[in-house]
Design a protein around this ligand. Structure first.
Ligand SMILES: Cc1cc2nc3c(=O)[nH]c(=O)nc-3n(C[C@H](O)[C@H](O)[C@H](O)COP(=O)(O)OP(=O)(O)OC[C@H]3O[C@@H](n4cnc5c(N)ncnc54)[C@H](O)[C@@H]3O)c2cc1C
Length: 349
């Protein structure tokens, strides 16, 4: 084992920790550098949908999610102004667990398998070193790009009574969307993606943004709800343009490789999937069966093959959700179309 080459992972989020777990299961020596600590809240819809659940099951992590209280979301509804979709069954249930619990349980699993986790330790030693995998989350959008995307999330406390018609409600507007779903522990996660043009700041406070516009169904739902103040978090400068792994010099997985629009509820799944796709080539590198370039290229090819088409559809979905076309009669028709719903659901995961 000591003859094996070690792997360093930059970032102890979902992708980095999942890769760490997979590599430890193959006996690879792994060190993860994590700039923050656990548990911590993250901006996220906390709705895991897609192939990532099967990855968790294969790595023996799904049972731990369930033990931590993860609940299943089975229905979804979209609302845009006075237009609404029917409440629809999801083709496959999504898994809902707070990032507060999820990241901590992955960190614990990695350490129990003998992985070295350096918390509060930022990696500053460059990007293209041999044996280093980048899983440091989203890359910031350049400040000149307009409009700028930003995300805000908070949990509604379990003492607030909020009635939801579907397990996930997506409230859409021309400036973004807000997802509302139940998570573990009886709390409700409210997470919004917003866009702002230069010099055009979103009015009001963050809790106000999450409660939706005056007169909206979301405001009706959340008007009197109390948010857990320590769960508020926000993130700005999100880069939502699809990226190809083959175009990158460094080895990267998760959001560092590419972000999918949050509307798909598939970003966490892509973090788990890309981590799993990296395990075998990195284990082969560690055992001297592949050189670093071969391992990196194999991971990039696998990720591009799995994600390229999905990302193109996700971009179209995001455009449709905020497009003016979703207002008025055409919007009502699109939101009611079962064919469109099935197409978008299957192609974006
Ligand atoms: C508004 C919004 C809503 C979303 N909703 C959903 C949803 O409902 N469902 C879904 O599946 N996905 C959703 N996502 C996407 C999902 O959150 C991400 O795809 C996922 O977190 C990616 O995981 P990751 O491990 O790549 O990055 P992260 O989880 O961001 O982890 C990266 C880690 O790297 C660390 N780090 C960064 N730089 C360094 C450094 N230099 N040295 C050491 N450590 C470093 C950070 O501290 C962090 O812990 C949403 C995203 C947004 C913005």
């Amino acid at each position: 084992m000591s003859l094996r080459k070690p792997i360093t992972i930059v970032g102890g989020g979902l992708a980095g920790l999942t890769l760490g777990v997979g590599l430890r299961q193959h006996g690879v020596l792994v060190t993860i550098f994590e700039a923050g600590n656990y548990p911590r809240h993250r901006v996220c819809g906390e709705f895991v949908s897609g192939n990532g659940q099967a990855v968790l099951a294969r790595l023996g992590l799904l049972a731990r999610f369930e033990q931590a209280g993860a609940i299943r979301a089975r229905t979804v509804m979209f609302v845009r102004g006075s237009n609404r979709s029917p409440v629809r069954q999801l083709a496959a249930p999504a898994l809902c667990l707070s990032r507060h619990a999820m990241d901590a349980l992955l960190a614990e699993s990695f350490q129990q398998l003998g992985g070295e986790l350096l918390v509060n330790t930022r990696w500053t030693a460059g990007e293209t070193r041999e044996g280093v995998v980048h899983a440091a989350g989203r890359r910031a959008q350049s400040a000149e790009i307009n409009p700028r995307w930003f995300g805000v999330k908070a949990h509604v406390s379990r003492s607030s009574s909020v009635n939801l018609e579907a397990d996930l409600e997506m409230h859409l507007s021309p400036n973004g969307y807000i997802g509302v779903n139940r998570i573990n522990g009886g709390e409700i996660n409210v997470c919004g993606l917003f866009r702002a043009r230069e010099g055009n700041r979103q009015p009001g406070s963050k809790p106000d943004w999450l409660r939706g516009e005056t007169g909206s169904l979301l405001r009706e739902r959340l008007g009197a709800a109390e948010f857990e103040s320590d769960s508020f978090c926000s993130v700005a400068g999100l880069q939502l343009k699809p990226q190809r792994a083959a175009a990158k010099k460094e080895c990267c997985i998760g959001d560092t490789l590419t972000m999918t629009p949050p509307a798909t509820g598939n970003g966490m799944s892509m973090a788990f999937e890309s981590a799993e796709m990296a395990v075998e080539p990195l284990a082969a590198y560690s055992q001297g069966k592949l050189n670093w370039t071969q391992a990196r290229q194999q991971i990039a090819r696998r990720c591009d093959a799995a994600f390229s088409r999905r990302l193109a559809w996700a971009r179209l979905l995001q455009w449709m959700m905020i497009s003016p076309a979703l207002q008025g009669r055409l919007g009502a028709m699109l939101l009611r179309s079962d064919w469109l719903w099935r197409l978008m659901f299957t192609r974006t995961r």
